[in-house]
Ligand binder design. Structure first.
Ligand code: GUN
Length: 297
């Protein structure tokens, strides 16, 4: 069994990006600038956005954190997005999800300029992804592809089962694993809460990607020997023995399942750090495109 070490690979990627940023600085060029909008005080979202801003600092990007209160109206958020769309200094930005109830998430995601949509959530970018066109691939699926690629995990002709059909992870992942090329060329089954006999499906899987947010959902009797397991779950579970009062749990019963797996991602230290690294990669890409447009190319 080999651990797919997201922490290690994400650090490599950040080093690669930092080296590129250092060259930009040497040439006297503007460095990439990422903005993040956080509405409200959700603890997990605060942590994620904090990590994104810290990662920007580490690679030499500029970053801006826009915090808005939980009571923000849809119109106020849409106006802020307009401002960021029109701010020539900002190459890309994200609106952290979930948003408070009074705000229509779809409306907000549609308002983001697709050229600055480094999350890849705008329907135009999602459509381009599905059509194999060059675009921003959502950071978590992009990070999973990068892990599979760097560890040279074979995906061609394999049965890949994705559990969970969220717009952020499961749905795009199912599209990407079925695309031509590497990683891809898998035979994909997208499963969800209405799937019958899930165990029969996962027991036939060569690759299982869990993105449902249910701690230790995937058990050893649900997988076959040699399976590749990608665990996207990050759930806070109350734990009085932990300093913060909680621990982070994945969707996979790691102790049991790792005994049967050929490759497996740990939680934490697997997919999570990769998501952040790929957001930086997308921001780098946004900056390149932005410069090309400004140069009239
Ligand atoms: N909430 C959970 N994951 C994500 C993500 O990748 N991007 C944004 N914007 N919000 C999230």
């Amino acid at each position: 069994m080999e651990i797919l070490d997201g922490r290690k690979i994400s650090n490599q990627i950040k080093d690669e990006i930092a080296a590129q940023v250092a060259k930009m600085k040497e040439r006297g060029e503007k460095v990439p600038h990422l903005a993040a909008v956080l509405v409200g005080n959700d603890g997990a979202s605060l942590t994620y956005v904090g990590s994104k801003v810290k990662a920007c600092e580490r690679v030499g990007f500029e970053s801006t954190l826009v915090r808005m209160p939980n009571t923000t109206s849809e119109l106020e958020l849409l106006n802020k997005i307009k401002e960021l769309n029109n701010d020539d200094d900002i190459d890309g930005f994200i609106v952290q999800l979930p948003l408070p109830k009074q705000i229509d998430t779809q409306k907000v995601l549609m308002a983001v300029d697709p050229e600055k949509d480094v999350d890849g959530f705008h329907p135009m970018n999602f459509g381009k992804m599905a059509l194999d066109m060059s675009t921003f691939i959502p950071a978590t699926p992009f990070g999973i592809l990068e892990l599979l690629e760097r560890y040279e995990v074979e995906t061609k002709g394999k049965n890949t089962v994705v559990i969970g059909r969220s717009h952020i992870v499961g749905r795009p992942m199912s599209i990407l694993m079925g695309r031509k090329g590497f990683p891809g060329n898998s035979t994909v089954t997208l499963t969800h809460s209405h799937t019958r006999d899930l165990k029969d499906i996962t027991r036939n899987a060569d690759i299982v990607i869990t993105a449902l947010g249910q701690p230790e959902f995937l058990k050893a009797d649900m997988v076959k020997d040699g399976v590749v397991v990608i665990d996207v779950g990050i759930t806070r579970v109350p734990d009085e023995t932990a300093k913060k009062g909680y621990r982070i749990a994945g969707d996979v019963d790691f102790d049991e399942v790792s005994k049967k797996a050929s490759y497996i991602t740990p939680v934490p230290g697997g997919v999570g750090p990769m998501t952040i690294a790929m957001l930086l990669k997308n921001t780098l890409l946004a900056r390149e495109r932005h410069r090309a447009v400004k140069a009239g190319k």
